[in-house]
Design a protein around this ligand. Structure first.
Ligand code: ATP
Length: 379
């Protein structure tokens, strides 16, 4: 987590004087009629942990492969460290890629696997030994040097593959679903290790993943893709709290949405009339939409409070019946049906409630939220 904090302080993408380490300018890839990547412009800064996220087939791997030099763009330019590498082959880029299947050589020991790339580069033997030792230490596998891949667990094999990528000291490491083969617990543990290693070696990581939680925990910034296009780029917090579109809002976490019409449009707030919500929706920010426009107001389930007695606030307050309660240990998810039939999700931490009895099935409840916790979605 320290890595994320560092980036929140630095935020090089907000500094106009900062030069990006990687820059893609209008990059597209067309596979004979299938547009895999569509006009992507993107800057990534040195030392960032950038994740590409999106549903299957949205073009994440193709974008990564173009950065690595395994695919050539149909259009656009790719710059690494200010140099145009668009037409350079993979071996001539300061980049290493770690693939979905780690593909360790089964007949070689862990040490030989890690040393393989260095031997091909004809590096002096003593230096190879030193670098292999350092790389294995970094991934905490120094005790396993003489084992073969079949004598290791999935997580250990993954770390060897990581050591093999790091030993070549690339300036940029591309990771395509590196943790996909691991079970949930091991994946979570490895995510933290990966962040720590990245912080220690200071190289730029670009990760492709399906797993939104993984991307949210590890990244300095994320890029959310959809049908080859980049829909939004931002820090995990920006993407979660301020999605620009319904697509991004739906993709990350769950979200409640009310359809409605803007009836008041001021600089500091917007009022939306919504039959679906059964109340006036007051949103404390402006929107890119005119008075009278149809919009959606979105609220995350954990931002909705739930009570059996009416709250003091009138706006952003609606009523419904609890239809289902999902107990997840630390939190409960309430499915509440509003008078108009819409189902709203509200998540509550399972703290001891002092003043109130716990909410349960068939209760009539009030749902309410703060104006600053809802957002207007116009796209
Ligand atoms: P996944 O998460 O499933 O790996 P992805 O987001 O990485 O998906 P890509 O592998 O980049 O998606 O594929 C994007 C689109 O390009 C898909 O429609 C895919 O079928 C197509 N595609 C990828 N590689 C090729 C190829 N070599 N020839 C033709 N079409 C391809």
């Amino acid at each position: 987590m320290a890595q994320k904090k560092q980036h929140i302080e630095l935020q090089p993408w907000q500094d106009p004087k900062e030069k990006p380490y990687i820059h893609l300018e209008g990059v597209s890839k067309d596979f004979r009629g299938t547009v895999a990547v569509d006009d992507v412009t993107l800057s990534i800064f040195q030392g960032e942990f950038f994740s590409l996220l999106g549903p299957s087939g949205c073009g994440k791997s193709t974008l990564l492969r173009m950065l690595a030099g395994f695919e050539m763009p149909s259009k656009g330019k790719i710059y690494i460290d200010g140099v145009d590498v668009t037409h350079r082959p993979a071996y001539d880029r300061p980049v290493n890629m770690m693939f979905q299947s780690y593909a360790l050589f089964p007949h070689m020991t862990v040490e030989q696997n890690v040393a393989f790339g260095l031997k091909q580069e004809r590096i002096f033997k003593g230096e190879i030994q030193e670098r292999v030792k350092d790389a294995l230490k970094l991934v905490q596998m120094e005790k396993f040097g003489s084992r073969r891949p079949h004598q290791l667990s999935g997580g250990q094999r993954q770390r060897v593959a990581l050591a093999r990528s790091l030993v070549k000291r690339p300036k940029l490491l591309l990771l395509d679903e590196p943790l996909a083969a691991l079970d949930k617990r091991l994946r979570e543990q490895t995510q933290f290790e990966l962040v720590n290693i990245q912080e220690e070696v200071g190289i730029t990581f670009i990760l492709v993943t399906h797993d939104q939680e993984e991307a949210m925990t590890m990244s300095s910034r994320l890029g959310i893709m959809d049908h080859g296009r980049m829909r939004q780029i931002g820090t995990p917090n920006e993407i979660y709290e301020y999605p620009h579109s319904e697509y991004v809002a739906d993709f990350i976490g769950s979200i409640n949405k009310f359809e409605g019409r803007i009836v008041e449009d001021e600089r500091d707030h917007i009022l939306v009339e919504s039959e679906e919500a059964g109340c006036e929706l007051y949103v404390s920010h402006s929107a890119d939409a005119p008075l009278g426009a149809q919009v959606k107001v979105a609220i995350r389930p954990e931002k909705i409070m739930i009570a059996t007695t009416p709250p003091e606030q009138k706006r952003n307050t609606t009523k419904g019946i609890v239809k289902d309660v999902g107990y997840l240990g630390d939190v409960s998810i309430y499915h509440v049906e509003l008078e108009g039939g819409k189902i709203i999700l509200a998540t509550q931490p399972n703290l001891v409630r002092l003043a109130e009895r716990p909410v349960t099935w068939d209760d009539e409840v009030y749902l309410f939220w703060r104006a600053e916790n809802s957002i207007i979605l116009t796209a």
